[in-house]
Design a protein around this ligand. Sequence first.
Ligand SMILES: [Zn+2]
Length: 410
Amino acid sequence: MIRSLILAACVPFLVTIPLIALTAADEISPTARKLHFSSIVVDTHDDTTQRLLVPGFDIGARHEDGGIDIPRMREGGLGGIFFSIWMSGTITGADAVKRSLDQIDAVREMVRTHSADLALCTTAEQVRRAHADGKIAVLMGVEGGHMIASDLSVLRTYAALGVRYMTLTHMLDNEWADSSTDKPVHNGLSDFGKEVVREMNRLGVIVDISHVSDKTFYDALAVSKAPVFASHSSCRALCNAPRNMTDQMIKDLAAKGGVIQINYHVGFLSQKFRDAEQANPELGKQMTAEVEKRCANNEACQLVELDKEVRGAVAAGKLPRVDWTEIIDHIDHAVKLVGADHVGLGSDFDGADPPYGMEDATHLPRITDALLKRGYSEADIRKILGGNTLRLMEQVEATARSLAQDHATR
Ligand SMILES: [Zn+2]
């Protein structure tokens, strides 16, 4: 989940896109198609959970808005997906825990009621098995350490319910970690924040450094005994957003076995889009005000209506159009820095504003096709599509096992 800086008031910047006439399958080479649909494609960040909370929403039906549902995941060859458990950092304490448990329950119930298509997975091996069984692997990540209410027992409960990563912060600092989009108050991770990271290692929960401040990133990297990842971040060298990663951060992440999962949000891909947003803060305020007028506090309504506003602004020439190929530019930039073993996909579908041509999961085969055209080997493409995520999960699982062993023999 992102929130546009110009729309930071309260509205998630979710986009709903009318289906476009072209389907990805029309343009994909047979080689790319074969490679794509025989790979385990994993997306490490989707905010579709928010839609699950809307009464009547059925993940099994094909929708004309948003990015994710079962028919479109099937069409795009998406084999594994992390559903984000998310709420604004302004919600804290017992309220945050209750809402997190409700969202975890919504994901689990979705799997239970669509068990012919979906399988809840907590290990890389389970993801592979689900794929072999023809099912889509469903995983969960908590997006924001504020949701544990500074209580390790809550973290343990989330892990026991199947959560396999936690983003240390969202857009606000929390009680123990600094965010990239807030004023630093802890100089990175507090002592308790470091304890949280150690407990995550012990539980086999991936430490996610998307959204965190640069200092929090380096603290987490130093403390974590397992590789860490950025579940949905792009390259700051190409788009200077504070929650994108610098080249040095990407190198340091990779040196410890980590993975940067490239975010598709236009405001993180395109400097041109970002500059236009910042040059016209009034536009953001107007769009937010318009959406609030139409929707009041109805979040589902806000998601749909804000998208219409943003796409309208692009159509009116007030914001630049960003094409899906910029996703490939970010992948390529990171691969040139650290090689193909440390880059993956973290779309932010249903929580951000995807570029033209990547409006939903049906378009994913384009990524495979484009990487082949840029000369990537089939083996490297399989890693980027999901192999790197599974490898990292295995390392995190192995670290948890070895920590349990250490404890048992002490
Ligand atoms: Zn996010």
